[in-house]
Design a protein. Structure first.
Length: 534
């Protein structure tokens, strides 16, 4: 029996889909905002500012500066920014001089130090707009309530399509897509670095291993300066153009690295479903807190040829952000402080520190999320502590508490007992009866006489799995009310007892109890006699 061609195609399609992640609908919360963002026309290339306040996009809806059907830049204000679900209830044309009688779109914004904005966008050269033959990149600045006359980015523009810009929030990097020669596919992602000395953009470089023989378009560098979202029609996707995420290895290891291309990119990850559909899904734009992604799609169920959507970003695609990790170096079980030397490393990134008494045995260190840090902590007399810390779970919370717990490096016999000795003030031995109650980690009580032992750790007890921690956890209460002596009671942890045995804990550990004599009132009683007063 053989397979039909249709069956083989169906099998191949299923195999591909199994390779891409699927986020449950209740987690993704994919939203089609409807009007006024989306119309029966094409609403395309959304860009959300990092604070999720302004949404810029291109559309050929009614109201264009040029002829009907002309693509213009539009924007909308989120009236619920910072408070919950976005609300876009009005849209407006960006107007002159940004829009022209030709196509104007692909917006990307950056907030300048003085609070104003600069915007890069793409447009065709025309009589009204200086430029080369194909799509070009332009820059305009919002100052004093208006946009400046757009100027071509002459360092970038060529005779080919140079479009879909994305500028880093620090203004040092400009990404774009181009079909210029020297790429790996039909369209590639390119990047230019700002030359501070010449005050101009440097020679564009191909973004490298993020590109394939297919087309890579709509790059958007997140405000973290590390995470890059883009669209590609490479093999292995859901269908058409899909949304992907990758991260710069150079800036990932050192956010201040001057060359973002020094070490290439992590393997791009497909965002999967429902972010990607059987048709084209493009122009991902993510808020600074990494919560929401905006994108455009011509999937079935939209209102126009392309519509704008937003959804909650899947966990693995979250951007990189600083994480403040704070904690203490403590002894497992008793949580007594331990002075220690700690090293955290992730590739070439390394953080080392020492905890000591004057700092309260505490530490505070800044890390990056979306990383796996190897931890090595050393304290004399304790086992080497080695662990892995996955900071990808630290999101969106930027402050995390995590204590490093040490275990004594000491030999422990099969059984450990506590021998109780009782003395009076003159150091004479006593044989009083004692009530004991082990309070932690297991409740147990009984009676012993001075000179007898209480079994703490036995050869068959469940605590043998981790005896060092078990002994640290032990807390005991002792009581006695012997004749002629004052009632006595003490509750204590046994952890300090083990400090005297740095190499091997003995089978019997002694504790001495000093009992005080019972106090008397100092008054003597006199007997009353019968009779008359003399």
């Amino acid at each position: 029996m053989g397979f039909s061609i249709s069956a083989l195609v169906a099998f191949a399609t299923i195999a591909v889909l199994l390779m891409v992640p699927v986020t449950p609908p209740e987690r993704a919360k994919l939203v089609h905002p409807g009007e006024p963002l989306n119309t029966p026309e094409s609403d395309y290339t959304p860009y959300i500012t990092p604070d999720e306040r302004y949404l810029f996009f291109q559309s050929n809806r009614e109201g264009a500066v040029g002829e009907p059907g002309d693509f213009d830049l539009w924007y909308s204000v989120n009236s619920n920014a910072g408070r919950g679900e976005p609300i876009f209830d009005k849209v407006a044309n960006v107007g002159l001089p940004v829009n022209s009688p030709s196509l104007d779109g692909h917006p990307a914004l950056r907030r300048l130090p003085d609070g104003s904005y600069e915007m890069y966008f793409a447009s065709f050269a025309s009589e009204a707009r200086t430029g080369l033959g194909m799509t070009n990149l332009y820059r305009t600045v919002w100052q004093k309530g208006r946009w400046s006359e757009p100027l071509p980015v002459v360092e970038i523009n060529t005779d080919f399509h140079d479009r879909m810009p994305s500028v880093s929030q620090d203004g040092r990097l400009l990404f774009f897509s181009s079909d210029r020669p020297g790429g790996r596919g039909a369209d590639d992602i390119w990047v230019s670095v700002w030359d501070e000395v010449r005050q101009q953009w440097g020679q564009p470089q191909n973004a490298g291993n993020v590109n394939t023989a297919a087309s890579e378009i709509t790059p958007t560098l997140h405000s973290d300066g590390i995470t890059l979202y883009f669209a590609s029609n490479r093999k292995g996707g859901v269908g058409g153009f899909d949304l992907y995420v990758t991260r710069s290895l150079a800036r990932f290891d050192n956010p201040n690295h001057p060359d973002i291309l020094a070490r290439g990119w992590t393997a791009p990850a497909n965002l999967g479903k429902p972010y990607n559909s059987d048709l084209d899904d493009e122009y991902p734009s993510v808020t600074s807190n990494g919560k929401r992604v905006y994108f455009t799609s011509n999937r079935i169920g939209g209102r126009g040829s392309y519509d704008i959507y937003h959804a909650l970003l899947p966990d693995f695609a979250r951007p990189v952000s600083p994480v403040r990790l704070a904690g203490k170096t403590l002894l497992a079980g008793s949580l007594r402080p331990v002075p220690a030397e700690v090293v955290l490393s992730a590739g070439p990134v390394r953080a080392a520190f020492t905890t000591e008494a004057k700092s309260g045995y505490a530490f505070s260190v800044e890390l990056l999320n979306q990383r796996r840090y190897q931890i090595s902590a050393h304290a004399p007399g304790y086992r080497l502590l080695e662990a892995e810390l996955d900071t990808s779970t630290f999101f969106p919370d930027t402050n995390q508490e995590w204590n490093l717990l040490f275990v004594r490096d000491v030999k422990i016999p099969a059984s450990v007992s506590l021998l109780l000795r009782c003395l009076d003030k003159e150091q004479n031995p006593l044989s009083a009866e004692l009530n004991y109650r082990i309070m932690a980690p297991q409740q147990r009580s009984g009676k012993v006489r001075c000179g007898e032992k209480i079994l703490l750790l036995g050869p068959t007890s469940a605590s043998r799995d981790n005896p060092a921690v078990f002994l640290e956890l032990l807390q005991i209460e002792l009581k006695s009310n012997p004749k002629g002596f004052a009632p006595w009671r003490e509750t204590f942890a046994l952890s300090p007892l083990w400090d005297a045995y740095p190499q091997q804990i003995p089978e019997v550990v002694e504790k001495t109890i000093v009992l005080e004599p019972r106090r008397t009132s100092g008054k003597t009683k006199t007997k009353k006699t019968k009779g008359k007063r003399p």
